[in-house]
Design a protein around this ligand. Structure first.
Ligand SMILES: NC(=O)C1=CN([C@@H]2O[C@H](COP(=O)(O)OP(=O)(O)OC[C@H]3O[C@@H](n4cnc5c(N)ncnc54)[C@H](O)[C@@H]3O)[C@@H](O)[C@H]2O)C=CC1
Ligand SMILES: CC(=O)[C@H](N)C(=O)O
Length: 373
């Protein structure tokens, strides 16, 4: 009754705020939070959001995986080295440790997360910690903890301290009953991996916190990401990274997906730029909180043909992993990203030929490109 009474008071005197063209009630989280013990009892907690002119203070979770170090580099160039704190539960290599602030942060430790946000005056979070599709299936209990319980901690901290929160989703958030070519932003999502289920959960929880508590939640569904300097963490699209290393070093590659498996892919610099752009987009430009982004779509066979243009002797063979193949066949072949393009001007730079040339240049193997073309 007491809570109901407080609710009525809050609602009647309340604040309404306009975002994305919609009016929503902004209610104090501490009255409504599902975990009241987490909400401070005194009135002294305050928003850490900074004025429009100050750069944000950014915290990256799970930052030592395939994407986090590159993201930290991009954000540090934009906002200043000291304003971007990279974190993980792993030990950073020396060059990462010396390239800017790094701290240990386990996303399952809620108290520690609050401490970090307060002590470092964090205003934006990029939440990258996760177990990916293949490793998630190999350790469902851990994937559930990290991808779901960890996300709850991040959502609560972000809402409590009025932060802007980016959580990446994935093509893995779709399932076999989703439209596959292309998959639109809004459609049936019934994934059958713990990874996919946890990412649909993240999309829905983030949007719920946005509508319910006014949390500035922003989410992009990434395709498979291809990078040269960092290795993938155990996903279904990993072959599209490994193939470049093996092509350059050995001239052969054994692929764990069938030759005809078509999946959406993106070069890392496009992915990281998209993530920064959606975080910087004015709220009124965002008609949604979760967007597909897309760049290219190819099969292992097509990728191999593109590599042969640079390395004529390159040979691909196939030894299909049934787990990864089943996952890949339930994912979209292509994403429809028209809403991202229209709302906040998303545009990819890298198509397949540019991706292949860039990756092989990194490995010092694109020398025969000119002759072959
Ligand atoms: N790499 C890709 O192709 C794609 C990635 N994404 C998403 O982007 C994000 C980053 O992906 P990647 O860098 O590729 O992942 P990754 O698997 O390479 O790295 C994840 C990091 O999370 C850390 N981590 C695990 N448990 C943790 C815990 N309890 N506390 C803190 N950190 C913990 C790991 O140590 C690891 O460094 C993930 O959320 C992933 O789902 C989405 C689609 C595609
Ligand atoms: C597409 C992803 O989310 C990731 N690379 C995976 O294959 O699990």
């Amino acid at each position: 009754m007491l809570v109901l009474g407080m609710l009525k008071l809050v609602v009647s005197g309340t604040a309404q705020s306009k975002a994305s063209g919609r009016w929503k009630l902004v209610l104090p989280l501490r009255f409504l939070g599902s975990s009241p013990c987490r909400i401070p009892a005194d009135d002294s907690f305050h928003s850490t959001s900074l004025s429009e002119t100050e750069p944000p203070r950014v915290f990256i979770t799970g930052g030592l995986g395939q994407l986090g170090i590159g993201l930290a580099g991009l954000l540090r160039r934009r906002f200043g080295k000291e304003n971007v704190i990279l974190s993980d539960i792993k030990k950073p290599p020396a060059h990462v440790f010396h390239s800017g602030p790094f701290i240990y942060a386990n996303i399952l430790d809620y108290k520690k997360l609050r401490e970090i946000v307060v002590n470092h005056r964090i205003s934006w979070i990029f939440h990258y910690s996760a177990l990916l599709s293949a490793v998630g299936e190999a350790n469902v209990a851990l994937a559930r903890d990290v991808n779901i319980t960890g996300l709850h901690n991040i959502l609560d901290v972000a809402a409590e301290f009025n932060m802007r929160l980016f959580v990446p989703s994935t093509i893995g958030a779709f399932g076999a009953t989703s439209p596959r070519n292309p998959a639109p932003d809004l459609c049936i999502q019934r994934p059958r991996t713990i990874y996919g289920v946890s990412k649909v959960h993240a999309e829905l929880m983030g949007e719920y916190y946005y509508y319910r508590y006014g949390l500035d939640f922003r989410c992009l569904r990434y395709p498979g990401i291809i990078s040269a300097e960092s290795q993938p963490g155990g996903g279904t699209t990993d072959y599209a990274v490994q193939i470049f290393h093996d092509a350059a070093k050995k001239g052969t590659f054994e692929c764990n997906l069938k030759a005809s498996t078509r999946l959406p892919m993106m070069y890392i610099s496009d992915c990281l730029r998209a993530s920064l752009e959606v975080m910087e987009a004015p709220a009124e430009r965002l008609s949604m909180r979760t967007y597909n982004i897309s760049a290219m779509s190819f099969t292992p066979e097509e990728l191999a043909r593109a590599i042969v243009k640079h390395i004529p002797d390159f040979q691909i063979t196939y030894c299909v992993d049934p787990l990864r193949q089943a996952i890949a066949e339930s994912w979209p072949m292509k994403l429809d990203d028209n809403n991202a393009r229209m709302d906040w001007g998303w545009k990819h730079d890298f198509d397949l030929p540019q991706l292949v040339a860039t990756m092989l240049t990194f490995y010092g193997a694109s020398t025969r490109c000119a002759q072959a073309n």
